[in-house]
Design a protein around this ligand. Structure first.
Ligand code: HPA
Length: 270
């Protein structure tokens, strides 16, 4: 595992010829932030040794390196989902590589179903905590001490200062932003009304099929994390309608500029 991480990190390092400072993982329909990056290197996932290749429509598989908000960023345009058939080790491998490259900050975005009745479709939510409902844990198995502790603390997963900064940026730019709990599920089915209800009772504000594995692995290695969700559909009783992946992407793309603005300004302040 350590050797594999090193091989991949060395490959990326040679391609980008620079020190990356911030890692970004962009959710489906949320790749627009890339247009703001002054790009100096673009590496398709299928050219990166040991990288899995993304299969889902609308999930571009490209690693992008460049400057954003005055910082050197390494952005994953498209992530690996557990539902695609990857193991948890594969899903989280790029985060291991980011850390090996010297990246200490991880910013993630995702599309979600809203559980909190105060949320509307198109809303942004800063993630302040998560509930892991995945059936397999990314740290399952022998712990590699060089990467992090056997029993990582999870009391402060989403860095308080970053959340605070993001809220101020939103306020300054007249962007309404919520803050709440992300429930991570395996998918690929969207929830039944009874499941949405259950996740709300459990304490969730939104539900989605990603993020939690990558974030756990990032915390395992002591990285600082900022996560933001876009509410693309409603899981609130009485508001639930039939949805599709295309509709989720469409709503995500509409709210994307607000998210991009927050991310870009936050990066400048890190
Ligand atoms: N549930 C799970 N994942 C999602 C949803 C949802 O309603 N919307 C977007 N991703």
């Amino acid at each position: 595992m350590l050797k594999t991480i090193e091989v991949t990190a060395n490959f990326i390092s040679e391609q980008i010829k620079d020190q990356a400072e911030i890692g970004i993982i962009l959710g489906s329909g949320l790749g627009g932030l890339v247009n703001e990056i002054e790009i100096s290197a673009k590496i398709p996932y299928n050219e990166i040794p040991n990288f899995p290749v993304s299969t889902v429509e609308g999930h571009n598989g490209t690693l992008i390196f460049g400057t954003l908000g005055g910082k050197k960023v390494l952005a994953m345009q498209g992530r690996f989902h557990f539902y695609e058939g990857y193991t948890m080790k594969e899903v989280t491998f790029p985060v291991r590589v980011m850390k090996k490259l010297g990246i200490e900050h991880l910013l993630v975005s995702n599309a979600t179903g809203g559980l909190n009745p105060d949320y509307n479709i198109g809303d942004l939510m800063i993630i302040n905590d998560h509930i892991n409902m995945f059936p397999e844990h990314p740290l399952h198995g022998k712990n590699i001490e060089e990467l992090g502790p056997r029993f990582p603390d999870m009391s402060q997963v989403y860095t308080k200062e970053l959340r605070h900064k993001a809220r101020l940026i939103a306020l300054k730019n007249n962007i309404d932003v919520k803050e709440g709990v992300y429930v991570g599920v395996q998918g690929p089915t969207f929830e039944t009304p009874a499941e949405y209800k259950m996740f709300r009772i459990l304490g969730g504000d939104v539900v989605g099929m990603s993020t939690v594995p990558e974030v756990i692995v990032a915390r395992h290695m002591g990285m600082k994390i900022f996560g933001i969700s876009i509410v693309t559909d409603s899981g609130v009783p009485g508001e639930i309608v039939e949805i599709s992946h295309e509709e989720v992407q469409e709503v995500a793309m509409k709210s994307e500029p607000k998210m991009t603005l927050i991310m870009k300004n936050l990066i400048a302040e890190i």
